[in-house]
Design a binder for this molecule. Structure first.
Ligand SMILES: Cc1cc2nc3c(=O)[nH]c(=O)nc-3n(C[C@H](O)[C@H](O)[C@H](O)COP(=O)(O)O)c2cc1C
Length: 213
């Protein structure tokens, strides 16, 4: 195996200055996301979601960003999954985006709430039929005996879908992370990176400060 200590890549992005940042981190993120989408980078909406159980034991996994509004960042999942059980016990979380092609990392932390049934419904109906079938067939995060059992379950649901349009299952829907902290990071030469933190103040304004990398 190669010496992991020798694997390194220098970053040489243009610097990030306080004067370039918008006053709201969700607006700032929207503008960076637009740039990432225009640059055609792979999976710009993939984000690591960290949650923790009631004892503080953390778990992290990737989910896709499916909505961004003035309140927060939305993703969709199974409401009986491991992440959902953790969110029910401890409704706080963190999200991390890493876009290596742009040497950018964005982090959000805050409360997590379910989105409205109406919003989940609209998103579920907008998905390709195959994704609707898989979401309905999968008891996410539970053990399953074999791939064949999973496929049989999906085929059963596909047959039902031929007779009547699939409805949003009770156990599936969205969550919104409502940030009270955010961070924007840009890789710079020799690890002297740029890093800005947004923290939500009691008066509803965001305080922005540069952090040491
Ligand atoms: C690129 C990528 C995108 C994913 N998007 C989602 C998603 O939007 N929703 C979801 O529930 N799982 C998604 N997953 C699967 C999750 O990472 C995870 O395996 C699953 O949600 C179960 O997590 P849990 O057991 O911690 O609840 C995605 C995985 C990858 C690699």
């Amino acid at each position: 195996m190669s010496n992991l200590g020798d694997i390194r890549r220098d970053f040489d992005q243009q610097g990030l200055r306080r004067s370039q940042l918008l006053s709201n981190p969700l607006k700032q993120f929207e503008s960076w996301l637009d740039e990432a989408i225009k640059a055609d980078i792979t999976d710009p909406t993939a984000m690591t979601l960290a949650t923790a159980d009631q004892n503080g034991r953390p778990t992290a996994r990737i989910v896709l960003l499916k909505g961004l509004d003035e309140q927060g960042l939305c993703f969709y999942t199974h409401y009986h999954s491991n992440k959902a059980r953790q969110i029910a016990a401890n409704p706080q979380g963190a999200l991390v985006f890493f876009w290596p092609a742009m040497d950018r990392q964005i982090r959000f932390e805050g409360a997590i709430q379910k989105v409205s049934r109406q919003q989940s419904q609209a998103y579920f109906q907008s998905r390709p039929l195959g994704s609707q079938i898989s979401a309905t067939a999968s008891d996410q995060s539970q053990p399953v005996g074999s791939r064949e059992l999973l496929e049989q379950r999906a085929e059963e649901i596909a047959r039902q879908a031929e007779k009547a349009a699939l409805q949003l299952p009770d156990f599936w829907g969205g969550y919104r992370l409502i940030p009270d902290r955010a961070e924007f990071w840009v890789g710079r030469p020799s690890r002297l990176h740029d890093r800005f933190e947004y923290s939500l103040q009691a008066d509803g304004n965001w305080q922005i400060q540069r952090l040491c990398p």
